[in-house]
Design a protein around this ligand. Structure first.
Ligand code: ZN
Length: 268
């Protein structure tokens, strides 16, 4: 049974002490065959590519600018970014999107301008999008705004899936809008938290054919491991929660989600 962590941040300093041990030994032991590494600020791009170059069999690089870091992206970053995307070494554009929980450091206008620039970059490079969208309490307007920003998205990629709504933690209403745009849902520790029954119900309605598994490590450890550092070896634990809730065999969930991650990120 093989798994893929479709969204991780292994270049985070939280892994400085044991990154090599983790990638060389702990991931293979947990049947994690690939880990998609998200470099989501300009200063993370090169370290992300370096990690992928060091572990070409395991690490799949994705580059973007997280909405919280939008102010860090200047016009000087655009050309090098487009070159990275055109190099053929990068599997998607992300994580990019809208997040109104961090407006104190990244205002709406800056986020929207960057997001539309990133959508254009993805289309130009023929790459899928890894979307970060976050509700603010009961305010889901970031989702509505994201969907309207995506109206300019040409989905110019030859992949069977043109994007993923990563860290899905919303209602079926939002899931449905994402699925209607041909997006997958990225499922992580949020699915396992006691208070998130509405997330589980939304995922059940979406079904196992519309989801991929992720950790978003070092954040969002699944239930039972909360408060500790998350890492890709927790994917089987998240998978077990999902398989139990959807009432399907773990093997079937592993097979489907691994296949969908491969199709999304063009992993051979
Ligand atoms: Zn992330």
């Amino acid at each position: 049974m093989d798994f893929i962590d479709s969204h991780a941040h292994l270049t985070d300093p939280a892994f400085d002490a044991d990154r090599d041990e983790l990638i060389s030994h702990i991931l293979p032991a947990a049947h994690i065959v690939k880990s998609v590494e998200i470099g989501c600020a300009p200063n993370e791009w090169q370290p992300t590519l370096d990690l992928a170059a060091k572990y070409p069999q395991q690490i799949v690089p994705v580059l973007g600018v997280h909405p919280e870091y939008a102010p860090q992206f200047t016009s000087a970053h655009l050309a090098p970014y487009q070159q990275f995307l055109a190099s053929g070494n990068v599997s998607a554009v992300g994580e990019v999107g809208l997040d109104y929980t961090c407006l104190d450091v990244s205002d709406k206008a800056t986020q929207h301008a960057l997001f539309s620039q990133m959508i254009t970059c993805a289309d130009q490079a023929g790459l899928p999008l890894v979307l970060h969208v976050r509700r603010q309490g009961e305010d889901y307007s970031a989702y509505t705004d994201c969907l309207s920003a995506l109206s300019s998205w040409k989905q110019n990629t030859s992949r069977p899936y043109s994007g993923v709504l990563h860290c899905f933690c919303a209602r079926y209403e939002e899931a449905k809008q994402a699925l209607d745009r041909g997006l997958l849902l990225g499922i992580n520790g949020c699915f396992t938290y006691k208070k998130n029954e509405y997330v589980r119900e939304a995922v059940k309605k979406a079904g196992a054919d519309k989801i991929i598994l992720e950790t978003d490590c070092p954040y969002l450890s699944p239930q039972g491991k909360r408060g500790t550092r998350n890492d890709p070896s927790n994917i089987p634990l998240i998978a077990q929660y999902v398989a139990d809730y959807l009432n399907i065999p773990l093997e079937e969930l592993a097979q489907k989600t691994t296949q969908h991650s491969k199709l999304l990120y063009a992993i051979p």
